[in-house]
Design a protein around this ligand. Structure first.
Ligand code: G3P
Ligand code: CA
Length: 242
């Protein structure tokens, strides 16, 4: 059955990429999470979508210009009642020791080529013994290949917005086990053919009811959604079928 991955956590109801959003996704019954990582000035892997902290936190400036201890002072839950810091990847992986979630780590290195990012992420995934519960994705496909070369045991998946011809052939050529396409860039036929060829398909970002039904009917591998509660509600209809 199609897995539900909570995009930036349960971001429809909680501040994106915060521990609150991740914990809420787990409590809601999601199969896993999607989150974004960037690197601080001192090389700490932190969980935040944008290269700048301006949109999602109380601060301003580029992630790469802050030391970890400095960036932790900003509030990543501006609209919430309780203040909370930008999570470190370590914090998320430690918390994952207490549950069975899958986690899709998106390397946000397509604009800023963070030196050593792949190695740092892989080292942490191995340290926390999570290789079989992690999927590394990125719009930077050089980074996907590098990750595979460093850690063939961890699943990789290229992200893309374009209507790539036979994307499963491309995925196989870079030894990725999955593809993470923009929802609008994959037809039913492409999803089915990719899965038949052994390539997992996890479209993003699937928030509309009709799109959720479409993917459940196709038995798509996973869907990445801001609203795991909504997706789980519709998924129940399909689970009851013989
Ligand atoms: O991983 C799927 C999706 O998150 C990619 O786009 O911009 O939301 O990180 P974005
Ligand atoms: Ca993302």
């Amino acid at each position: 059955m199609t897995q539900i991955l909570a995009h930036r956590g349960y971001s429809a109801a909680f501040a994106e990429n915060t521990m609150s959003a991740f914990i809420a996704a787990e409590k809601a019954g999601a199969d896993g999470l999607e989150l974004d990582v960037q690197l601080t000035k001192d090389g700490e892997v932190v969980v935040i979508h944008d290269e700048k902290i301006d949109r999602t936190t109380s601060g301003n400036g580029l992630v790469k210009n802050f030391l970890f201890k400095e960036i932790r002072k900003f509030n990543a839950n501006k609209k919430g009642i309780k203040k909370e810091p930008i999570p470190s990847l370590i914090e998320v992986l430690e918390w994952m020791q207490s549950n069975r979630l899958i986690c899709n780590i998106e390397l946000k290195n397509n604009l800023i080529p963070y030196e050593g990012m792949e190695e740092k992420v892989i080292q942490l995934v191995r340290k926390y013994n999570l290789s079989n519960r992690i999927i590394i994705s990125s719009f930077n496909h050089y980074s996907i290949v590098l990750s595979y070369r460093m850690a063939a045991e961890i699943e990789t998946a290229p992200l893309f917005n374009e209507r790539i011809y036979m994307p499963w052939v491309y995925a196989q050529s870079i030894r990725a086990r999955g593809i993470h396409p923009k929802l609008a860039s994959v037809s039913d036929e492409i999803i089915e053919a990719a899965i038949e060829n052994g390539i997992a398909v996890r479209p993003y970002t699937v928030n509309k009811e009709a799109d959720m039904h479409r993917l459940f009917k196709l038995n798509c591998t996973s869907l990445i959604t801001d609203d795991p509660v909504k997706a789980l509600k519709f998924k129940k209809q399909y689970e009851k079928r013989p």
